[in-house]
Design a protein around this ligand. Structure first.
Ligand code: NAD
Length: 254
């Protein structure tokens, strides 16, 4: 329970592993970058020679790596995690990867008698430093319960999204909305500025309407998710307004 292997000590894995050490866990850590390893060793971890070495004797192994192919290599490659893990040990993959990669890695691990949950991370590295991350977790209820004590030291919100792979899928749903809304926010504030409206004024207005308060907090719980199809604002008027906004932006060349 107390011994954790941690592979991938970058912008996210670095602070996450340090928070586990602060929380009382004994860590054996591995990263291709010796500087990343040194920083976590300074905080109290032991340096491992390979992913296999990090996993040897661990109750749980955490991976926080860039992409699925790298996770798969770290788990099943030569000197990989699967060679070091004890039967029944738990892999917690916290990387953001293709859900089909999660499904395949999980199947291969389970065939060999290991357990796995996927627990990708919501929020940025600033939240990871403060142990205020959110985790979207996929796996059986029993495996998620096993992962909780580790996750609780690294974050403040744990949402069990469904079976293995559900966390990876929810993470993409979240990031899709996050990226698109962020881009839309940039476009919106650019248009406000081009119209000669100060950012502070634009923010005051936008924060007081569904535009800024978020349709996910207003329109959806208030109507759509209640199966209430009665319009409060007509589609043809919305269409007119989108056209007016685009015409105005085109006149301003933004
Ligand atoms: P990063 O590039 O800072 O860290 C990745 C680490 O993995 C590096 O230290 C690298 O040396 C190491 N690494 C690469 N290949 C390796 C291998 N084969 N064996 C061992 N170590 C290896 O990336 P990050 O920002 O920490 O992101 C990690 C994952 O978390 C990504 O999937 C990312 O999409 C996701 N994520 C990032 C953020 C963020 O704000 N940075 C937030 C949520 C999720």
């Amino acid at each position: 329970m107390n011994k954790v292997g941690f592979v991938g000590l970058g912008q996210m894995g670095g602070p996450m592993s340090r928070n586990l050490i602060k929380g009382g866990f004994n860590l054996r850590v591995f990263d291709l970058d010796p500087k990343a390893v040194a920083a976590v060793v300074k905080a109290g971890a032991k340096a491992a020679k390979s992913p296999k070495d990090a996993a040897t004797g661990a109750d749980a192994v955490i991976t926080m790596l860039p992409i699925g192919a790298i996770v798969e290599q770290a788990v099943f490659g030569p000197d990989g995690i699967a060679e070091g893990m004890a039967k029944g040990a738990l892999l917690i993959d916290m990387s953001t990867i293709l859900p089909l990669d999660t499904d395949r890695i999980g199947k291969r691990l389970m065939e060999r008698g290991f357990a796995m949950v996927d627990a990708p991370v919501g929020r940025t590295s600033a939240a990871a430093i403060e142990a205020k991350s959110m985790f979207m977790v996929g796996g059986s209820a029993a495996d998620v319960a096993r992962a909780r004590p580790y996750l609780e030291k690294m974050g403040e919100a744990i949402v069990h999204c469904g079976p293995l792979g559900a966390g990876a899928r929810m993470k993409l749903v979240n990031n899709y909305m996050s990226c698109v809304v962020n881009l839309l926010t940039a476009e919106t504030l650019t248009l406000a500025e081009a119209c000669g409206i100060g950012i502070e004024t634009a923010l005051e207005v936008l924060r007081g309407t569904p535009a800024g308060r978020g349709h996910i907090n207003t329109t959806w719980p208030g109507k759509a998710l209640k199966d209430d199809p009665k319009p409060e604002f007509m589609l043809d008027l919305a269409f007119k307004d989108l056209g007016l906004a685009l015409d105005t932006a085109a006149q301003l060349n933004v």
